[in-house]
Design a binder for this molecule. Sequence first.
Ligand SMILES: O=C(O)COP(=O)(O)O
Length: 227
Amino acid sequence: MNVCMAPCPVVFDLDGTLIDSAPDIHACVNAVLREFHVPPLTLDQVRSFIGGGVELLWKKIVAATHTDPGKQQDMLAAFMARYHTATSLTRLFPNVEETLGILADRGHPLGICTNKPLRPTEAILDHFGIRALFGHIIGGDSLAEKKPDPAPLRAALAGLGAHPEAPQAVFVGDSEFDAACAAAVPVPFVIYSHGYRQTPIDQLPHLAAFDDFTALLGLIETASVSA
Ligand SMILES: O=C(O)COP(=O)(O)O
């Protein structure tokens, strides 16, 4: 079965898929831990906590640092004040900008479905000058539900004009949250192998995997993406 006969909507996860944002998130986390007199975490620790949104991030940080859970909300608020403008350590993964440009030129409606809150999402897309490429952006606080719930991805697909019952579309992500969300919609899931997941790729439901964004073009365009 070909996934895309015409230029189909392609929705992207953000952290660990389009951007390597762990260094900025790590810096913001450690600045807050310092404020609260808690020892810092390593980049690998913080990276392993990314994926489920900021509330889950801080739940995991509080558990890992044995901090009083009563401080979690204050720490989260202090984090958000920094996170909204944290862009300097974040990089696009290689060939992302070129690939997005080619997909847009070929007529694919492009969207974002991320668990990152909307304000830092828009800040980072503006920072890289790529926000205008996306016709619909769903952030972690756009709806009451977050990935792996299917609602945010359904909303992103609907915003791009995909059929609500049988979306002819592709979701591109990196994590357990993305794989489960795509399976719940359901929509074909293509996984970026350099992301932030903890589970081996072969244990996650996916249609195809790629390790360079130039290869994603082939997967989408030639229907080597097949169910
Ligand atoms: O902010 C997070 O925890 C994850 O964001 P993502 O959905 O773009 O991977």
